[in-house]
Write a protein that binds this ligand. Structure first.
Ligand SMILES: *Cc1c(COP(=O)(O)O)cnc(C)c1O
Length: 431
C-alpha cells in the first residue's frame, strides 16, 4: 500500500511508543546520549549500530524530521542541517570535492550562485554555468571527465521558470553523473524530483516546509539509487579512518561500509560532523509542526497566488507577470507534466517607471510585509535586484529577468481580496 502524502506529513518517521506516548514529537534538548555499555559505545562510534550518542551527528527530534522529509520526497534517507545554504553547500561539495566540476544554470538563489561562482573555486570546486538548463545540447557540451554533478532548482525564484527534470536526469545518468535538485520553491507537496529521476534533493526548510517564517533550516534527501562507485567519485571508494576499525585492521570506504547509502552517510559523517551546521531540536520541532499543514496551507496559497497573478495582469503600470501557473511564462507543457497542483507560492511582476516608483510600491503596501523571505504564512514583497539577488553578477541577474523594476511576492494565508486590494492601492499610489 502506498501511504498518502497527507498521512505521511502527519505520521511518517515517528514512533509514539518509543517516546512516552507523546502525540507531538518531543524536543530532545540533550547534547549527548548514554551509550549504555562499552560494547554498544564501540558499535555506535564505528557506525555499525544505529542510535544516538552526540547531537552534532544525530538527535532524536531531528531524526524524525529527517525520516519525515525522506518519506515526503520519496527518498531513502535525509540529513537535516542548520540552513538551506548548508544543505546546498554540503550536497554539492560532497559530490564534487577534490577538484570536481558542477554544471548549473545561473538562475539560482542568489547565495547559491555566489557560492558556486566565487567561493567554491577557493576549495577547488568549479562550476560550468549554462544559459538554459532545459537545452540538453548545451548541458551535454559541458560534461567532461571532472563533472561530478548537475545542479538546478525545480522552480526558479523569482521567475518561476521550470526545469524539465526527467530528460535532464536521463542525460546525467548516461554519463554517470548525479542530478541534484533544489526543490525549495514548490515544496514536496507540489513536486517530488526523485520520482522523475533526480538523485538528491535539497531544501531550505526555512520556506514552505516550515511555512511560518519562524526557523532557519535545511535538508538533503537522498534517493539512494545513484552508483557512487562508478569511477568518477574517488571520495566514496577511498578507505577512511572514521568508518574503519583500525584495531582489527578492517579498512572501509563509504561504498564498502554503506553501499547505496554511501552519499547520505558521507554528508552526515564528514560534512555535518566536521562543519557542524547542525539543525537544533527546537527548529526541527517547528519544521515538524509546519509540515503537518503543508498540504492545506500550500494549496490555499497557490489558489491565492493564482488569483493575485491574474489580477496583476490587468493593472496599469504592470508590464509583465511571471507565474508559470497562469501561462505567462510559456512553459505550459512543463506545468501540465510536473505541476498539476500548482507551481508554488511565489510570483514576480515588472512595473514601469523608475526606482522611485518601485520604492513607493514597496513602501505603500499595508498587508504585504517588505521581507527577504518566501514561504511564510504572511505575504511578503521584495525587490530582488537590490535585496535577494544583490550578490548575483548583473549579467546573470538580467538573464534571469531580475531587472531593477522587478518585484517579487510570496503569497501567504491572508484573504485573497485583501491582498489584491493592497497591491492595487500601493501601485495606484506610486505613480
Ligand atoms: C532560501 C533559499 C535557499 C537558502 O536557504 P536558507 O535557509 O536561507 O539558508 C536556498 N535555495 C533556495 C531556492 C532558497 O529559496
Amino acid at each position: 500500500m502506498t501511504v498518502d502524502f497527507a498521512t505521511q506529513a502527519i505520521h511518517a518517521g515517528y514512533d509514539r511508543r518509543a517516546n512516552g506516548d507523546a502525540v507531538n514529537v518531543p524536543i530532545y534538548a540533550s547534547a549527548a546520549f548514554d551509550m549504555e555499555s562499552a560494547i554498544r559505545g564501540d558499535a555506535l562510534a564505528g557506525g555499525t549500530t544505529t542510535g544516538f550518542s552526540y547531537s552534532r551527528v544525530a538527535n532524536p527530534t531531528v531524526d524524525v524530521l529527517e525520516k519525515r522529509l525522506a518519506a515526503l520526497e520519496g527518498g531513502d534517507n535525509a540529513v537535516a542541517v542548520a540552513s538551506g545554504m548548508a544543505a546546498v553547500s554540503f550536497a554539492l561539495l560532497c559530490a564534487a570535492e577534490g577538484g570536481g566540476r558542477i554544471i548549473s544554470p545561473t538562475n539560482l538563489y542568489g547565495a547559491s550562485v555566489d557560492a558556486m561562482e566565487s567561493f567554491f573555486p577557493q576549495f577547488g570546486v568549479h562550476t560550468d554555468f549554462v544559459k538554459d538548463i532545459n537545452d540538453l545540447d548545451e548541458v551535454a557540451s559541458k560534461i567532461g571527465p571532472d563533472t561530478r554533478a548537475i545542479f538546478c532548482e525545480s522552480v526558479a525564484n523569482p521567475s518561476t521558470e521550470i526545469t524539465d527534470v526527467e530528460p535532464l536526469a536521463a542525460l546525467a545518468h548516461e554519463h554517470g553523473i548525479p542530478l541534484i535538485v533544489d526543490n525549495t520553491v514548490p515544496t514536496p507537496y507540489l513536486f517530488r524530483p526523485i520520482e522523475f529521476g533526480a538523485d538528491v534533493v535539497v531544501h531550505s526548510t526555512t520556506k514552505g516546509i516550515t511555512g511560518h517564517g519562524n526557523a532557519i533550516g535545511g535538508a538533503i534527501v537522498d534517493g539512494g539509487r545513484f552508483d557512487w562507485a562508478n569511477g568518477r567519485f574517488p571520495q566514496f571508494t577511498t578507505v577512511e579512518q572514521v568508518i574503519s576499525d583500525e584495531r582489527h585492521n578492517e579498512w572501509k570506504s563509504f561504498v564498502d561500509a554503506f553501499g547505496a547509502e554511501a552519499y547520505i552517510r558521507r554528508v552526515r559523517i564528514k560534512y555535518l560532523r566536521t562543519f557542524g551546521a547542525v539543525a537544533s531540536p527546537f527548529n526541527a520541532y517547528l519544521s515538524l509542526v509546519g509540515l503537518e499543514t503543508i498540504g492545506p496551507r500550500v494549496s490555499r496559497e497557490v489558489a491565492t497566488a493564482t488569483a493575485v497573478a491574474c489580477r496583476l495582469t490587468e493593472l496599469p503600470h504592470v508590464k509583465a507577470v511571471n507565474y508559470a501557473g497562469i501561462g505567462t511564462t510559456g512553459q505550459n507543457d512543463l506545468v501540465a507534466k510536473y505541476y498539476p497542483n500548482g507551481v508554488g507560492t511565489i510570483l514576480s511582476f515588472l512595473v514601469d517607471g523608475d526606482e522611485d516608483n518601485v520604492r513607493r510600491i514597496l513602501n505603500g503596501t499595508k498587508v504585504f510585509s517588505y521581507v527577504p523571505n518566501i514561504g511564510d504564512s504572511r505575504s511578503l514583497i521584495v525587490d530582488p535586484a537590490r535585496i535577494t539577488h544583490r550578490e548575483v553578477p548583473r549579467a546573470y541577474r538580467e538573464a534571469a529577468g531580475v531587472t531593477d523594476n522587478l518585484i517579487r511576492l510570496s503569497i501567504g494565508l491572508e484573504d485573497a481580496g485583501d491582498l489584491i486590494a493592497d497591491l492595487e492601492q500601493a501601485i495606484a499610489g506610486a505613480y
